[in-house]
Design a binder for this molecule. Structure first.
Ligand SMILES: C[S@@+](CC[C@H](N)C(=O)[O-])C[C@H]1O[C@@H](n2cnc3c(N)ncnc32)[C@H](O)[C@@H]1O
Length: 283
């Protein structure tokens, strides 16, 4: 399956409806959630997309009403991008923003979207450990944004995702395409807690650790896992550990415990990076 399908959210549907209201014959619209634009012909019943598919005004109206959904267009029909994980009993879905979409895990956004968008959120995380060089480990693939950004300069990036459902959503996300196309990226489907034991000592020059919130991903904040992070990171290497808002009560509490356990695991220095909602950890 390719991930070059046409994907629309309310933002694109609204712009087409606007062009229709204005009596235009063509609508300039993005078919990949804002990455590029294309032309769609406005017809009496709806629009004709460049690949020949058609959408009715009713279907476009439905997309325009959906605040939290993105839709892949298949056989002249919009299908909401979502995937249910039986194992985790959670629904993964793609939610639009005015920039890169985020993934919702049972309704909770996996990237920062208040006052910032997922792309800038990603850059802030990555900037804490630049230059990104050598081999990189990303312990939580998600939509692959941190992996994709790291792979721009790294020699190679290994990225681990526990949930096939998350990867199904990523596969339909135009902003995640490089995750499936960049030959410098190696994907592993598995639990980082177990997979990390399979790497040799000092394999990675950089590690990106962007787990779900503490309440959902406890193991990935444990002493045992931090010892493994220390073992696989090269001397002189750096790790970014996402925590959440360090100025919030819960962020402060989680950070305090994480810093203590990271030091116990052997890391020489742990620095707070409030702008990136996380910690930079040095070996
Ligand atoms: C906050 S998101 C990561 C976002 C990612 N850095 C990005 O840029 O899109 C966390 C991801 O970790 C995955 N995850 C949760 N527990 C995991 C585990 N034990 N091992 C690997 N992945 C895990 C979740 O399914 C989710 O997709």
């Amino acid at each position: 399956m390719t991930n070059e399908q046409i994907v629309l959210s309310r933002i694109q549907a609204e712009s087409v409806l606007e062009a229709h209201r204005a009596g235009e014959a063509w609508a300039t619209v993005s078919l990949d959630l804002g990455l590029t634009t294309a032309e769609a012909a406005i017809e009496s019943n709806g629009i004709r997309l460049p690949d020949g598919q058609a959408l009715t005004w009713k279907q476009l109206g439905k997309i325009a009403k959906s605040k939290r959904g993105c839709f892949v267009i298949e056989n002249n029909r919009p299908r909401k991008i979502q995937s249910f994980s039986k194992a985790a009993n959670r629904l993964y879905s793609l939610m639009p923003t005015t920039g890169a979409p985020t993934m919702l895990l049972s309704g909770v956004a996996m990237h920062r979207i208040k006052g910032i968008d997922p792309h800038r959120d990603t850059l802030r995380k990555i900037e804490t450990i630049t230059p990104i060089v050598g081999r990189v480990l990303d312990t939580a693939t998600g939509l692959g944004y941190t992996t994709i950004e790291a792979a721009r300069t790294a020699e190679q990036v290994t990225t681990i995702e526990i949930e096939p459902a998350a990867l199904e959503v990523a596969r339909l996300n135009p902003w995640s395409r490089a995750l499936f196309e960049n030959p410098n990226i190696t994907q592993i489907v598995g639990d980082s807690f177990d997979e990390i034991e399979t790497f040799e000592e000092e394999t990675f020059a950089r590690i990106i650790h962007d787990p779900p919130a503490f309440a959902l991903g406890g193991d990935l904040y444990s002493s045992a896992f931090y010892h493994q992070l220390f073992r696989v990171l090269q001397r002189g290497g750096r790790l970014f550990h996402y925590i959440g808002d360090l100025e919030s009560k819960s962020g402060r509490t989680v950070a305090r415990g994480a810093i203590r356990r990271l030091r116990e695991a052997g890391f020489s220095r742990v620095a707070r990076r409030p702008g990136a909602f996380g910690l930079v950890v040095y070996k």
